[in-house]
Design a protein around this ligand. Structure first.
Ligand SMILES: Cc1cc2nc3c(=O)[nH]c(=O)nc-3n(C[C@H](O)[C@H](O)[C@H](O)COP(=O)(O)OP(=O)(O)OC[C@H]3O[C@@H](n4cnc5c(N)ncnc54)[C@H](O)[C@@H]3O)c2cc1C
Length: 308
């Protein structure tokens, strides 16, 4: 019940100002977003990869309003890639990007986002790694898939994300599986209307399993983006039935959520990639994490009250 309310609040400027300014917010934010800049995040990258985990790095920020901000977002990723170079992690540290942050919602946004993301994909390839395009709200997806297809002409390893809650996703999954893509499957984190998306958790979970089967049986590389223990074990079973080896799919979870499970899966020999977000424009990302789990919100509100 609370999830949609929080997701609506995540679009409100007034709430953004209120929550961002609250003194206690930072402590709660740190659980999910463990750094504000490259200097703070590099030791975390070294620590997590040293524990046998792989990473996908997200520079937070999505509601940009000028081409200059989109260019700054591109430059933030280029700076990160530059800092990753001497670590020689290859595909153990890849990048996740939101095209909205690269200008997708501005005038001429499709071309602008493509022009901004291409140098990031090129720079990632130059250090032996790759980029995955995150999925945002459903109105952005045709553009995202078109950019994905365009980038794959030169960089076939470029990945994309599909969301099980959307009705369109079963068809998207069949297309992407046949084309041999890297595809992260998630349940979906945005507030979507009933015309385009399942609203009930059981329906979303069932769709997730159907889509995952398509990906596992296809020619691509499935990336299972979920913390749900049932999804994790179903994924293992589907991979076994499809005859996939441990390095022919991977699990992905968010930094700060079920950390012990990250280590357990990695210790079992699975590829386990931790989605690690950093930066100062964390509001949208943080609010989606609150919406996913009421306990997070309770903890946040208690901290606010306790700390005045
Ligand atoms: C690597 C990765 C990348 C993602 N990329 C995208 C994207 O590009 N686009 C998009 O729309 N969504 C994305 N998401 C978010 C996703 O859509 C879901 O909102 C989120 O993963 C919660 O769903 P779940 O599969 O973990 O299952 P749920 O059924 O929601 O949760 C299962 C269990 O996981 C734990 N859990 C889940 N979420 C939280 C939380 N916030 N805090 C604490 N515990 C939690 C709880 O124990 C919960 O019972 C991504 C998720 C992951 C893991």
């Amino acid at each position: 019940m609370l999830g949609p309310v929080i997701l609506a609040a995540s679009r409100s400027d007034r709430m953004r100002r209120l929550i961002s300014a609250a003194p206690v917010t930072k402590q709660v934010v740190d659980r999910f977003i463990p750094g504000e800049n490259v200097d703070e995040i590099v030791p975390i990258i070294e620590d997590l990869t040293g524990k046998g985990l792989e990473l996908t790095m997200d520079v937070v920020g999505e509601d940009i309003t000028t081409p200059g901000q989109a260019a700054a977002a591109r430059d933030a990723y280029l700076e990160l890639i530059d800092r990753l170079k001497p670590l020689e992690l290859g595909t153990r540290a890849e990048m996740s990007v939101k095209l909205s942050m690269f200008g997708q919602a501005l005038d001429g946004g499709h071309e602008l986002a493509l022009a901004n993301v291409r140098p990031v994909v090129e720079a990632a390839a130059a250090i032996g790694t790759t980029v995955t395009l995150d999925a945002e709200d459903h109105t952005t997806l045709d553009s995202m898939f078109a950019i994905h297809e365009e980038l794959r002409k030169d960089f076939p390893q470029t990945g994309c994300v599909i969301q099980a809650y959307l009705f369109r996703t079963e068809a998207d999954a069949r297309r992407l599986a046949a084309s041999g893509s890297r595809v992260r499957l998630v349940k979906g984190a945005y507030k979507e209307p009933a015309e385009v998306a399942h609203q009930q958790k059981t329906e979303i979970d069932k769709a997730y399993v159907r889509i995952l089967r398509t990906l596992m049986e296809g020619d691509g590389y499935p990336m299972i983006g979920s913390h749900d223990p049932r999804i994790v074990s179903i994924a293992q079973e589907l991979a076994r039935r499809a005859g996939r080896k441990l390095d022919e799919y991977e699990f992905q979870m968010l930094y700060g959520i079920r950390g012990e499970e990250h280590l357990r899966l990695a210790a079992e020999g699975h590829r386990m990639r931790v989605y690690t977000a950093y930066g100062t424009d964390w509001y949208g990302y943080f609010m989606r994490r609150l919406a996913e789990k009421p306990a997070n919100l309770q903890f946040f509100v208690r901290s606010m009250l306790g700390n005045g």
